[in-house]
Design a protein. Structure first.
Length: 120
């Protein structure tokens, strides 16, 4: 596999993760702006709303989603390696596929580990 293909795959992954993070920041900023306007206009914030804002999201939900996407990418790369005959292609594609496989596995393993450590 040529270097330019690996670079374009890496850049696509970076762009996707950047878009996801920027969209999360924009959503949070919009929510804060709405709450700020409500407070400025004298709208009371009920205890239910404050409690909902203080509650942290369930740990690992976003990690599981990203982990599953990375696992799917790794499986797709491994399938591409299986469909392309040739020792050199196989080795290079499997090498590229190991990164999303291991990172996705770590993200999927993290919530289980966090629950186990909290139980102890």
């Amino acid at each position: 596999m040529e270097v330019d293909i690996i670079i374009s795959i890496a850049l696509a992954a970076v762009v996707l993760f950047t878009i996801a993070q920027v969209s999360r920041i924009i959503r949070t900023a919009a929510m804060h702006k709405t709450l700020r306007k409500a407070v400025e206009h004298g709208q009371p914030l009920g205890p239910e709303l404050i409690e909902q804002l203080d509650r942290l999201p369930e740990p690992g939900v976003a990690d599981q989603r990203i982990g599953l996407v990375l696992e799917a990418i790794a499986i797709a790369i491994f399938l591409a390696a299986a469909m392309n005959p040739g020792e050199d292609n196989w080795r290079q594609l499997v090498t590229v596929g190991l990164f999303p496989l291991l990172v996705g596995g770590a993200l999927l393993f993290r919530p289980w580990l966090t629950k186990r450590l909290r139980a102890e």
